[in-house]
Design a protein around this ligand. Structure first.
Ligand code: GDP
Ligand code: IMO
Ligand code: MG
Length: 424
């Protein structure tokens, strides 16, 4: 394993939590490198289900040091709530380390996220309203507040005063909102400092030393490749880089320290929120995928949109992330369909696209070209050897692998840890 990135190869909710948890059994350190509590990573252990948002999926193993890297935006209120929820279920998150350089999500970020969306009307992105976009906006505008600022009251108050002055003007004059109270925010945030102190670390150094010493290190992405601010379907994206390039930046190590890039991919595809989606099925098949697949956002509870596997998009994901392997999830959901389809190209305006189109408008108007394969129509969720899968299920996986050009090393056939088949 030594140092591997695990990231979403589609529009999120691919099953990153399950795969990260699985590999965490042998990991020493598991690090989130971007996003924040917009993520919803599900882990099923026996009859217990955990939904993690901010805390890395390695937390269920006491042998793992979970790390929140500098590239993550941290809502401290949320962090303590998630820690508390885990504690009630017997999971100790007191060894979570948080980067001193991570930016804080402030109450005005959450408020702005909600009002900006409301003002966008039909053009809304459908964000999680957790303040992610506005927090990253402040980071890149150089008016953000970092975790380390909580430990220097003078600096914290200076930064908060400057930031809130502008934010309150925007809230009042642009969005017709009441201003927010600086004392309330200052009291709340400075009040977190003592409890946060034991969590704060130079996580760049921590991870560097772990990789250097040959420990098993996992970098866990939030969201997915097509939600990447640079490589996704902008503006219907999140405000960070879930792609592999985001990992070294969001951790503070060099790219040469990373050995593997594992792309987690569902056997079909889903999306929550708005934006183009070439293989979306607005029909009875799509509805069945949503219902059988339980495709409802973990964070917002919203019903997702679903469609057949899109190999144009997946090949794009292989390319922009430099995937070295694929972990395929939810193959069991396709057991309920008589035939299964894979999109191998798009056509639009008489042109055929085998690569993700350079002009995004094409994604709205194109027609996917499908290969149709026979289904297998039997329950595969209890199978524990890849070779015991029905021939049609193996044919699907192997055709997908051929089209992707990288090996599918893991095939998941159920949410639990054991429902995982290893290949090669
Ligand atoms: P993440 O955000 O990428 O971690 O994925 P989510 O947790 O948002 O969504 C994946 C959902 O699928 C969760 O409910 C998982 O428990 C579930 N899941 C993961 N792998 C499988 C699988 O192979 N089969 C089935 N049926 N469910 C799975
Ligand atoms: P995981 O890690 C699926 C989507 C939102 C919205 C867009 C921007 O569970 O795969 P944001 O709040 O980030 O500004 O919203 O991104 N989105 C996700 N969709 N899974 C996620 O995380 C997501 N995180 C954000 O629905 O369309
Ligand atoms: Mg999710």
């Amino acid at each position: 394993m030594p140092a591997s990135i695990i990231l979403g190869a589609q529009w999120g909710d691919e099953g990153k939590g399950k795969i990260t948890d699985l590999l965490s059994e042998r990991a020493d350190v598991v690090i989130r490198y971007q996003g924040g509590n917009n993520a919803g990573h599900t882990i099923v252990v026996g009859d217990q289900k955990f939904a993690l948002s901010l805390i890395p999926s390695g937390v269920l193993y006491p042998t793992v040091t979970p790390v929140i890297g500098n590239g993550v935006v941290v809502d401290p209120k949320w962090f303590f709530e998630e820690k508390e929820i885990l504690a009630k279920r017997g999971i100790d998150a007191s060894n979570v380390k948080i980067s001193n350089n991570a930016h804080l999500i402030m109450p005005y970020h959450r408020k702005l996220d909600a009002v900006i969306e409301r003002f966008l009307g039909n053009a809304m992105i459908g964000t999680t309203k957790r303040g992610i976009g506005p927090a990253y906006t402040d980071k890149f505008s150089r008016v953000g507040i970092r975790v380390q600022d909580l430990f220097d009251e003078k600096i914290f108050l200076e930064k908060l005063t400057a930031s809130l002055k502008t934010k309150n003007k925007i809230l009042m004059k642009v969005y017709n909102q009441l201003p927010m109270d600086i004392d309330e925010i200052a009291d709340e945030y400075l009040g977190y400092a003592d409890a946060l102190a034991p969590h704060v670390a130079d996580t760049s150094l921590l991870v560097y030393e772990a990789v250097r010493d040959g420990k098993n290190v996992l970098f866990e992405g939030g969201q997915g490749t097509l939600l990447d601010i640079d490589h996704g379907t902008y503006p219907f994206v999140t405000s960070s880089n879930p792609t592999a390039g985001g990992a070294p930046v969001g951790i503070g190590i060099g790219p040469t320290m990373i050995d593997k890039v594992i792309g987690v991919t569902k056997a079909y595809i889903s999306r929550v929120g708005t934006g183009p989606f070439p293989t979306e099925l607005n029909d009875e098949i799509g509805d069945r995928m949503i219902d059988i697949g339980g495709e409802y956002g973990v964070v917002t509870g919203r019903r997702s949109r679903c469609g057949w596997l899109d190999m144009v998009a997946l090949r794009y994901s292989v390319r922009v992330n430099g995937l070295t392997e694929i972990a395929l999830t939810k193959l069991d959901i396709l057991s309920h369909f008589d035939t299964v389809k894979i999109a191998t190209a798009y056509t639009a305006g008489g042109e055929k696209y085998t690569e993700f189109p350079r002009q995004q408008g094409v994604l709205y108007h194109c027609t996917p070209e499908y290969e149709e394969l026979p289904g297998w129509n039997v329950d595969i969720s209890k199978i524990d050897d890849y070779d015991d899968l029905p021939a049609n299920a193996r044919a699907y996986v192997e055709r997908m692998e051929e089209l992707a050009g990288v090996p599918i090393k893991t095939v998941s056939v159920g949410p639990g840890r054991r429902a995982t088949l290893h290949r090669g």
